[in-house]
Design a protein around this ligand. Structure first.
Ligand code: NAD
Ligand code: TYD
Length: 338
C-alpha cells in the first residue's frame, strides 16, 4: 500500500479545501496535486501545504496523457478529479476549454487509472447535470440528466463516460453530484465571493434577472467531507448526491450579505438575466446520508458569517486576484506567463 492519492484541480476552490482536510485528518496519505493553474487555480490556496512532506504539487494538464500516465504509474491508489472549467457564465461565452478539460481530461485520467489498475476514482460532479426544477421536489440520483448550460453539458458528458467505464470495464468510479458550495478560497467570479468582495470594495452587486432563482447552498467543508466519505465508503459505479438543505433565492443571499457587511439596498443592481438561467436546484442527499454515514455539519447562518469574515480577513488574497497580481506569482514560480 503506497497510500498515494492523486488530486486534480487541487489549486482551485474545492480541491484546495479537500487538500487541507486530508492533510489535517489523513496524515497517512501521500498527496500528489496535479493542476494546470488556469485563471481559477491559485498557488496561494495551497501556501500552507508547500514544504509539507506529505504534499507534492505538479503543474500540468489532465489532458496531457503522458504526464498523467507517469504520475499514476507511480503507485497511485486513488484519484479524485476536481479539475474542471467550472463557471457557467464563461461557458456561455465559449466552451472549447470546457469540452477539453471536463470531458477529454476525465477520459485521459480514467484511461491511465484503468491501465494502472487504480481501484478507486472519484469523479466530482455537480447537481447542474440534472437541469432545472419547478417549485416542488428535489434531484435524486434517479432524476434524468437535462443539462442546460455548456458547463453542465460538459459535466454530464463526463458523468456518462464514467458510467460507461464502470459498465464496460468494471472501472471503480464513484460519482458525486453536489449543490452550490460556499466558503474560503472561492474564486471571486461566483455569486457569494463576487458579492462580498464587491461590497468590501464599495462596488454594487449585479443580480441577474428577478433574483428569484434558487440555489441549494452547502459549506465547502461539508462537501469535502462527503467526498472523503465517498472515497472511503462509496461503492464502485454508484452516484451520490450531496447537499445540505439550504435552498435560498439569490435575493435572500444578497440581502444576507448586505446585512452582514452593513450595506443597504442601494448597493444592489438588477442586471440582464443569464441566458438559459436554471430556475431552481434542490438536492435530496438521502442516499449519501444512509450509505456513506455522512451528515452536513455546518449551520448555514454560521457558515455564511464565517465565510464573510474570511474574505474580510484575507483581503490581500482576493485583491491579488482582482488585480491579476496572483498570475505574476505563478509566472515567478514557473518562469513563464500562464
Ligand atoms: P475551480 O474553478 O475553483 O477550480 C478548478 C481547478 O481546476 C483550478 O485550480 C484549475 O487550475 C484546475 N484546472 C482546470 N483545468 C485544468 C486542466 N485541464 N488540468 C489541470 N487542472 C485544471 O472549481 P471548483 O469550484 O473548485 O470546482 C471543483 C469541481 O467541483 C469541478 O469539477 C466542479 O464541476 C465541481 N463542483 C463545483 C461546485 C461549486 O459550487 N463550486 C459544486 C458542485 C460541483
Ligand atoms: P454562480 O455562483 O455562477 O453558480 P451557478 O451558476 O453554478 O449556480 O451563480 C449562482 C446564482 O447566482 C445563479 O442563479 C446566477 C446568480 N448570479 C447573479 O445573480 N449575479 C452574478 O454576478 C453571478 C456570478 C451569479
Amino acid at each position: 500500500m503506497s497510500n498515494k492519492i492523486l488530486i486534480t484541480g487541487g489549486a482551485g476552490f474545492i480541491g484546495s479545501n479537500f487538500v487541507h482536510l486530508l492533510l489535517a485528518e489523513r496524515p497517512e496519505w501521500q498527496l500528489v496535486c496535479l493542476d494546470s493553474l488556469t485563471y481559477a487555480g491559485n498557488l496561494a490556496n495551497l501556501a500552507e501545504c508547500q514544504g509539507q512532506k506529505q504534499f507534492q504539487f505538479v503543474k500540468g494538464n489532465i489532458c496531457d496523457a503522458e504526464l498523467v500516465d507517469k504520475l499514476i504509474s507511480d503507485d497511485v491508489e486513488v484519484v479524485v478529479n476536481f479539475a474542471a472549467e467550472s463557471h457557467v457564465d464563461r461557458s456561455i461565452l465559449g466552451c472549447q476549454e470546457f469540452i477539453r478539460t471536463n470531458i477529454e481530461g476525465t477520459q485521459v485520467l480514467m484511461d491511465a487509472a484503468r491501465k494502472h489498475e487504480v481501484g478507486k476514482f472519484v469523479q466530482v460532479s455537480t447537481d447542474e447535470v440534472y437541469g432545472s426544477l419547478g417549485e416542488e421536489g428535489a434531484f435524486s440520483e434517479q432524476t434524468p440528466l437535462a443539462p442546460n448550460s455548456p458547463y453542465s453539458a460538459s459535466k454530464a458528458a463526463a458523468d456518462m463516460l464514467a458510467r460507461a467505464y464502470y459498465k464496460t470495464y468494471g472501472f471503480g468510479v464513484i460519482t458525486t453530484r453536489c449543490s452550490n458550495n460556499y466558503g474560503p478560497y472561492q474564486f471571486p467570479e461566483k455569486l457569494i465571493p463576487l458579492f462580498v468582495t464587491n461590497l468590501l470594495a464599495g462596488k454594487k452587486v449585479p443580480v441577474y434577472g428577478d433574483g428569484r432563482n434558487v440555489r441549494d447552498w452547502i459549506h465547502v467543508k461539508d462537501h469535502c467531507r462527503a467526498i472523503l466519505a465517498a472515497m472511503e465508503k462509496g461503492r464502485a459505479g454508484e452516484l451520490y448526491n450531496i447537499g445540505s438543505d439550504n435552498e435560498k433565492t439569490n435575493l435572500e443571499i444578497t440581502h444576507l450579505l448586505l446585512k452582514l457587511l452593513g450595506k443597504d439596498e442601494s448597493m444592489l443592481e438588477y442586471v440582464e438575466d443569464r441566458p438559459g438561467h436554471d430556475r431552481r436546484y434542490a438536492i435530496d442527499a438521502t442516499k449519501a446520508k444512509n450509505e456513506l454515514e455522512w451528515r452536513p455539519q455546518v449551520d448555514f447562518a454560521e457558515g455564511m458569517a464565517q465565510t464573510v469574515q474570511w474574505y474580510i480577513d484575507n483581503q490581500s488574497w482576493w485583491e491579488e486576484i482582482k488585480t491579476g497580481q496572483y498570475l505574476k506569482y505563478h509566472e515567478q514560480q514557473y518562469g513563464k506567463t500562464l
